[in-house]
Design a protein around this ligand. Structure first.
Ligand code: SF4
Length: 430
C-alpha cells in the first residue's frame, strides 16, 4: 500500500482507527437463569449450520504478567494445574455429551490462553488426545498450541511436533529488547528467535503476535521487528497497542513513568508500513490482523463461517466462545471455575443471545474480517437485502470509497482495509 499524497489525504476519512469491532465479550450481559436454560435447550438440538468449528481448551495460567495484558489469567503454580486440567476435561465432556456438539464437526483443536506451553508435553498431548477422543474432527484437522518462547523448550517442541501439532503461536510482540523489558515481556528477543528457529526446523508453522504503537517505539524499531519476522519465515498477527484500564501499563503511563502511545497519524503510518512490507514479501492480509503466507489460513473455517459457525471455547476466563446466536465467556477466577464445573453447571460468566437484528449487524462485521458479505445469503436468512436494512451506512461507505457493493457481495476496498474497524462500527447498534 503506497502512501502517495492523494492516499494520505483520503486517510483523513476518520479521525482515528477503531482497532476492535463491536460485539466483543465486554458487552455481553452477565448470565441469567433464563438465558442459561435457553442455551442448554439450544445445546440439546442438532447442529444444522453446516459449518465446521474450532475447539479451544483454554489454559488460564501465565508465569509472568505483561504490562499491557488485560486477559483474566492466574499466576502459574504446579499444584493448581492438575485440578484445573481435571475440571477442564469435565467441562469439555459436558459439551461433548450434548446433541449439538455430537452433531458438530471440528477442524481445529487450539490450546489457547494464557500460556498453554507451561504444561509439560505429556499434559498437552493428554489434553489434545482427550479432545480427539470426545469430539468429531475432520479428516485433516489442525492442532495448534499457544505459548511463550520461555516455556517452549526444544524437547517440548519436538515431542508435540512428533505427535502431530501443526502450529505454535508465540506472543513475540517485539524483537526490541529495551521495549520488551519495559513491557515486562518474558524472555529476550534472542531466545524468542532461537525458539522460533527450533520450531521451524521441526517443520512447525509458527505464528507470532507483533504489536505496534508501543510506548517509546520508533518506526525504525517497528520495521526491524517486521523484517525479523519475515526473515524467520513466520506468520504474523499485527496488533496496535490498546491500553486498557487497570493494566500495569495504564498505571505507568498515568504516573508519567512510561511515554504515552504515538498519535493517530503515527499509528496509521505504522500499520501502512507493516502492510507494505508484508505484502511485498508475499504475505496476504487475512482475517482482522493477520499477515500470512500459509494458504490454509485464508481458508480457515471458523474465520470464513463467521457469524454462523462456532468456536467452542472452554476453561477459566475464555471469552471468544460463540455457537451460532450464542456468544459467551467463562467465569474468570480459576478456583470458582473449578468449583462450578464440579457442581455440574457449565462455568459461564457472560452469555448473550443475538436477535435477528443483532445477527444482521454481525454479518456486516464480516467486512472487519476482510470477508465478503454474501448479499443473496443475507436475503435468504433475513428476507431483506443488506441495502434495505442498512441503506444509509452502505451509501455512506460506498461514497467514501471504503466498500464496494454489488448484486452478489459487499467487500471492503483496498482503501477501506485500514478502516475496517470503523466500517464495522458503522453497522453497530447505536
Ligand atoms: S503471556 Fe499473554 S496472557 Fe500471559 S500475561 Fe502476557 S499477554 Fe497476558
Amino acid at each position: 500500500m503506497e502512501q502517495n499524497g492523494s492516499e494520505k489525504k483520503k486517510l483523513s476519512v476518520y479521525d482515528a482507527r477503531e482497532n476492535w469491532p463491536p460485539y466483543t465479550y465486554r458487552d455481553y450481559p452477565s448470565i441469567t437463569p433464563e438465558v442459561y436454560s435457553s442455551f442448554l435447550e439450544f445445546l440439546s438440538t442438532e447442529n444444522t449450520s453446516n459449518k465446521v468449528m474450532e475447539l479451544q481448551p483454554w489454559i488460564s495460567f501465565c508465569d509472568s504478567r505483561c504490562a499491557f495484558c488485560y486477559y483474566p489469567t492466574a499466576p502459574y503454580s504446579q499444584t493448581k494445574i492438575e485440578p484445573y486440567l481435571a475440571a477442564l476435561k469435565k467441562e469439555l465432556k459436558m459439551y461433548a455429551e450434548t446433541k449439538y456438539v455430537q452433531t458438530s464437526l471440528f477442524d481445529e483443536i487450539v490450546l489457547g490462553g494464557g500460556t498453554p506451553s507451561l504444561l509439560t508435553a505429556e499434559q498437552m498431548i493428554d489434553l489434545i488426545g482427550f479432545c480427539e477422543k470426545n469430539f468429531n474432527t475432520t479428516e485433516g484437522y489442525f492442532i495448534k498450541v499457544t505459548g511463550s518462547s520461555r516455556s517452549f523448550d526444544e524437547k517440548k517442541l519436538e515431542t508435540i511436533a512428533k505427535y502431530g501439532v501443526y502450529q505454535v503461536d508465540m506472543g513475540a510482540q517485539t524483537f526490541d529488547n529495551a521495549i520488551r523489558k519495559s513491557l515486562n515481556l518474558p524472555d529476550s528477543a534472542e531466545n524468542v528467535e532461537n525458539e522460533i528457529k527450533a520450531a521451524r526446523k521441526l517443520g512447525l508453522c509458527v505464528c507470532v503476535d507483533l504489536m505496534y504503537n508501543l510506548p517509546g517505539q520508533t518506526m525504525e524499531s517497528w520495521v526491524d521487528s517486521i523484517k525479523k519476522a519475515i526473515e524467520l519465515d513466520v506468520e504474523v498477527d499485527c496488533y496496535s497497542l490498546e491500553v486498557y484500564p487497570g493494566t500495569a501499563l495504564e498505571k505507568q503511563i498515568s504516573a508519567g513513568k512510561m511515554p504515552p502511545l504515538g498519535d493517530a497519524n503515527k499509528e496509521r503510518e505504522m500499520y501502512l508500513t507493516a502492510y507494505d512490507l508484508f505484502t511485498k514479501a508475499g504475505y496476504k492480509a487475512v482475517g482482522h490482523d493477520r499477515f500470512s503466507r500459509v494458504e490454509w489460513h485464508v481458508k480457515e473455517n471458523c474465520l470464513n463461517g463467521w457469524p454462523w459457525a462456532g468456536i467452542l471455547t472452554t476453561g477459566a476466563g475464555c471469552f471468544m466462545g460463540y455457537l451460532e446466536r450464542y456468544s459467551y465467556s467463562n467465569i474468570e477466577d480459576t478456583q470458582k471455575y473449578v468449583e462450578t464445573v464440579h457442581s455440574g453447571r457449565l462455568p459461564l460468566g457472560k452469555l448473550s443471545k443475538s436477535s435477528d437484528a443483532d445477527m444482521m449487524r454481525k454479518v456486516m462485521t464480516r467486512l472487519y474480517l476482510r470477508l465478503p458479505v454474501d448479499v443473496q445469503e443475507f436475503k435468504r436468512r433475513f428476507g431483506k437485502l443488506p441495502k434495505e436494512v442498512f441503506p444509509k451506512q452502505i451509501a455512506k461507505l460506498e461514497k467514501m470509497g471504503l466498500i464496494e457493493s454489488g448484486d452478489k457481495e459487499i467487500r471492503i476496498t483496498k482503501q477501506g482495509d485500514i478502516w475496517k474497524g470503523n466500517i464495522a462500527w458503522e453497522f453497530a447498534s447505536k
